[in-house]
Design a protein around this ligand. Sequence first.
Ligand code: ATP
Length: 357
Amino acid sequence: MLPTVANHPRYAIGDLRCTVVKCPPHIEVARQKVVVAFSLSCARRGAMDRPTDHLPFLVTADSPKPKNDPPYATLTMAPKEALPTIETSALSYTFPDYSTGISDITLSLPVQSRTLLIGANGAGKTTLLRLLAGKRLAPANTIAIGGVDPFKEGLEGVTYLGLEWVLNPIVRTDISVTELLRSVGGDAYPERRDELIGVLDIDTRWRMHAVSDGERRRVQLAMGLIRPWTVLLLDEITVDLDVLSRANFLSWLRAETEKRVCTIVYATHILDNLAGWPTHLVHMHLGTVREWGPAEQFLEGLDARSGNSTLGELVLGWLRQDLKDRGPRTKVVIGPEGKTYDAGGYGGYGDESHHMK
Ligand SMILES: Nc1ncnc2c1ncn2[C@@H]1O[C@H](COP(=O)(O)OP(=O)(O)OP(=O)(O)O)[C@@H](O)[C@H]1O
């Protein structure tokens, strides 16, 4: 039986004796190991340390060993490879037509971060997300998700929601929401399913051939998010949501990264309700990363003007500068504009259909 924090609330970490003071309602099962983020109150030689804040620990099936040191179970910090970090190292990608998709991108996004990918149309956001998702073949040793190459290993726990997922024709057929959610494992995660139905304001009596675009999008989001992912890659998929649904959805994503060991990268042009949401920003331009880092590093000292959030002002400034530096699109030599969706095939990625998973 897998250990649960509730069953074994006391742990030993080295010479620390710890008591769980806060833990998530569910635990993550990844590759037979369980990574749990929880807050501990620790005592060293009788003196209480301050409670820790959601540290990721690795709990394996035999972690609790009350016999050794009753009533404490041994706990070890989760090793790096068990954590959903996202790292790229001098990552470049060339399309089958030899045009450059992205070049020399080095990023290191920590566990439980929420990263916004910012950039003008054609900046390379989708290309980067698809590489991270293992849907395109990146050069060896240039991408590591939790220490693993996503293309080679076909990562479990990585959810990529982009255009081809949105275009899946099943969501336009005469099928009920309940059936659809069941088809993606909804019954295995009833709590998450019901939570998402609430957050996304879904009526389970809807039939998918008779709903609005926004209602369909909400069901699609629920379908994509039911399985408890550890890395979520979102390629602007909230466009049809009304303002309240989007705000609720963003808050839910935020709460996920706060209570679970998971990481989100979100490419979007819509900055409404995003003030204070990202922990990290990545600014892309013509296939390169111009700047990236913790969000507060960029936002500090900026004024919100003309009704925009400081994030909105920052991004407007970035894109204005990009436009100025780039000049008219006809003069740009990198990746020919407008090929993304014209190559035929699913979601316009026909050239690489043999790579699709
Ligand atoms: N299959 C392809 N073959 C060649 N070039 C491509 C292909 N797909 C995309 N490109 C080009 O690569 C560049 C980056 O495209 P990408 O879709 O990554 O941009 P993006 O930042 O996601 O843009 P948007 O905000 O419009 O979604 C664009 O100039 C595009 O025309």
